[in-house]
Ligand binder design. Structure first.
Ligand code: PLP
Length: 384
């Protein structure tokens, strides 16, 4: 089906933060498979673990214990401070699960009328019918209605609008601490703290969607860990199993017991192959990769600041760590096309933001080269 406006380019091989086509032409990859390839391409430890696990056991079902999934859950708990994990396969599914937990929780409390959700303008939570209902862009929602709801959308960082939205008696508030598809808008501390206070005051479930900004991408395991306001549920996906499909909903102690046997499930979720890959990713994070993300993130920030200072078309830097971007006056797509032609893969978000989500293993030298390409591409498109 024609669901993607794909580029004609095709990569056949990768190595670290480099991608190659069939003719051997190479690109520096600062898109990372849309925030997935945190360990880069062909990471030797990941490749060996996947090969070994494939030879031992790929899948068993969730009718039996999943020892590898249990190990992943324990590591996630240690890294996040959360208490329980439900594994699925995509970000959409994880968000879907979080919305179901919120509705069930309100029912359990005898408040079955509390079915509404609050979400943010510019949000993106996925494409399944629940996740898309809380996704702001009408183009993604309207062809598929009626969706679950009601959903009240609030402008990001607008505390007064958020307060007002709570009049609807919501089941949950869902937000991305850094909006990925929504142009890398970063929620400020006042907004995050107000969200936590309003949820506490009304017994509303606070869901942080960290599918794109979590799993170490900001230099801490959760983007929420830069804030004093902690979520009740947090969803992770993208890089969690190094490129194999895996997502998770992590719950704090209050919400860990809401779902009971039979309430929810997933055939593949938390299975042996993805779990083995996830263990490699989480071990790498704990063995120093988070520090590397902070160092490369600082380099990314400095590089973007220099572009802001030099090129009038670059309005500001957005994001944090290895989820940062350039807000342009116009022409994000043109810049991405020019970068691609000169050996650099970048992403866009909306019409005006160029988004950089490099593998955590990108080298200092590769990132410097990426900035040389961006600088030249900006000079060229501004001259046109
Ligand atoms: N949530 C956020 C913040 C995302 O960025 C995405 C995907 O880009 C999703 C959810 C949906 O994830 P998936 O495509 O794995 O279903």
């Amino acid at each position: 089906m024609h669901t993607y406006a794909r580029s004609r380019a095709a990569f056949v091989r990768g190595q670290g933060a480099l991608l190659f086509d069939a003719d051997g032409k190479s690109w520096i990859d600062t898109l990372g498979g849309l925030a997935v390839n945190a360990l880069g391409h062909a990471h030797p430890r990941l490749v060996a673990a996947i090969a070994e696990q494939a030879g031992a056991l790929i899948h068993t079902s969730n009718l039996y214990r999943q020892p590898l999934g249990e190990q992943v859950a324990l590591r996630l708990s240690r890294l996040s401070g959360m208490h329980a994990a439900f594994f699925a396969n995509s970000g959409s599914e994880a968000n879907e699960t979080a919305l179901k937990i919120a509705r069930k929780y309100q029912q359990q409390q005898g408040r079955s009328e509390r079915i509404a959700f609050i979400a943010l303008e510019q949000s993106f939570h996925g494409r399944t019918t629940g996740a898309v209902a809380v996704t702001h862009n009408p183009k993604y929602r309207e062809p598929f209605g009626p969706l679950i709801g009601p959903v009240h959308f609030v402008p990001p960082n607008d505390v007064a609008a958020l307060r007002k939205a709570f009049d609807c008696g919501p089941a949950a508030l869902i937000l991305e601490p850094i909006q990925g598809e929504g142009g890398l808008t970063t929620l400020d501390e006042a907004f995050l703290t107000c969200a936590r206070e309003l949820c506490d005051g009304t017994d509303t479930v606070l869901i942080h969607d960290e599918v794109q900004c979590g799993s170490g991408r900001t230099g801490r395991f959760l983007a929420s860990q830069w804030s004093a306001a902690q979520p009740d549920l947090v969803t992770l996906a993208k890089p969690l199993a190094g490129g194999l499909p895996m997502s998770v909903v992590l719950a704090n102690a209050k919400f860990e017991g809401v779902l009971v046997p039979g309430d929810h499930g997933s055939t593949f979720g938390g299975g042996p192959l993805a779990s083995r890959a996830a263990l490699v990713f989480l071990e790498e994070l704990e063995e120093g990769l988070l520090d590397t993300v902070q160092a490369r993130g600082a380099q990314l920030a400095q590089g973007i600041d220099e572009l802001v200072a030099k090129h009038p078309v670059v309005v500001e830097r957005r994001g944090r760590g290895l989820i940062q971007g350039l807000k342009l006056e116009r022409g994000a797509a043109a810049l991405a096309t020019e970068c691609f032609a000169t050996g650099l893969v970048v992403g866009t978000a909306g019409g005006e933001v160029v988004r950089l989500l490099p593998p955590y293993v990108i080298t200092e030298q590769q990132l410097s080269t990426a900035f040389e390409i961006l600088d030249a591409a900006l000079t060229k498109i501004q001259a046109q």
